[in-house]
Design a protein around this ligand. Structure first.
Ligand SMILES: [Zn+2]
Length: 274
């Protein structure tokens, strides 16, 4: 098989975002032509999750993850479990998320807000993270985790569910080798974005070097984080090729081995991904 025919997956894309509204059809065609055989579009709230389902219905190569992102936790209804349970019955839903904890920007950055507002924000994030872990456990699905500046709390909240067999992928992983080893040791995975191609991302490449070949996936997180040479532009799933090329160099494996390993890992993690 020639290298250009090798199949790769984009395990984390936001195809429902308005950035893609005008040329989605062409974007999916470009991705498929570049060998991006599967794209997993990730919901960020109930509306976005419903749109992700519609995209999975529309394109054979697109699968969906349904959930609510921690950064908009304060806008979430008190309980999102019933809606998620319902959506999780769709045959192309392959995981729950993206969910997790993000303390990077707290309400108290605004001088009119207080520590009490920060507490309410964190509590809302923890509440909907817990609900999504519960739905995942009930449905026999795994979770797509977003964490930023909240690693310890995220691990702590996931741990009892990890013991029940709910696996987590820590997406857009930029953590240390020790953190990667902890996630992997708990049955989880990490996934790497275009950040691995950035000049200043030496520490991410170090963690990637230490990550076992069968414990990570590739993702774009598009429309964000376009790899070099597209850095700063809108990202799209076809750019998994650039990410894969750099990852193969760092891991010192050929592209065929990387394709086989990452696709097998993704199929084992995302239940129902054909
Ligand atoms: Zn995302």
């Amino acid at each position: 098989m020639s290298e250009s025919n090798l199949a790769f997956f984009d395990s984390h894309a936001h195809l429902d975002f308005p950035d893609f509204e005008k040329d989605l059809e062409a974007l999916v065609e470009r991705a498929e032509a570049a060998g991006i055989q599967r794209m997993i579009t990730i919901g960020t709230d109930l509306e976005s999750s419903a749109q992700s389902l519609a995209l999975a219905d529309r394109f054979d190569s697109v699968f969906a993850v349904v959930g609510w992102h921690p950064c908009t936790a304060l806008e979430a209804p008190e309980d999102i479990r019933a809606e998620l349970r319902q959506m999780a019955t769709h045959k192309k839903v392959v995981a729950i998320g993206e969910t997790g904890l993000d303390y990077h920007h707290l309400p108290s950055e605004d001088p009119e807000k207080s520590a009490a507002d920060d507490g309410r924000y964190r509590a809302a994030q923890a509440r909907i993270f817990e609900q999504q872990l519960e739905v995942a456990a009930e449905a026999g699905l795994n979770v797509v985790v977003h964490q930023r500046d909240a690693y310890v709390d995220t691990i702590k909240q996931w741990r009892p569910f990890a013991k029940r067999g709910v696996r987590a992928v820590f997406h857009c992983f930029v953590g240390s080798v020790a953190e990667m080893e902890e996630v992997v040791g708990m049955g989880g995975l990490v996934s790497y974005t275009g950040i691995v191609t950035f000049k200043n991302a030496e520490s991410v490449r170090e963690t990637l070097t230490a990550t076992p070949i069968d414990r990570f996936m590739l993702e774009t997180d598009c429309p964000y984080l376009a790899p070099v040479p597209f850095r700063g532009k809108r990202c799209e799933p076809s750019y998994v090729r650039e990410i894969a090329t750099r990852v193969a160099e760092v891991k010192q494996v050929d592209l065929e081995s990387l394709s086989n390993a990452t696709n097998t890992t993704a199929r084992a993690f995302f239940h129902g991904l054909s």
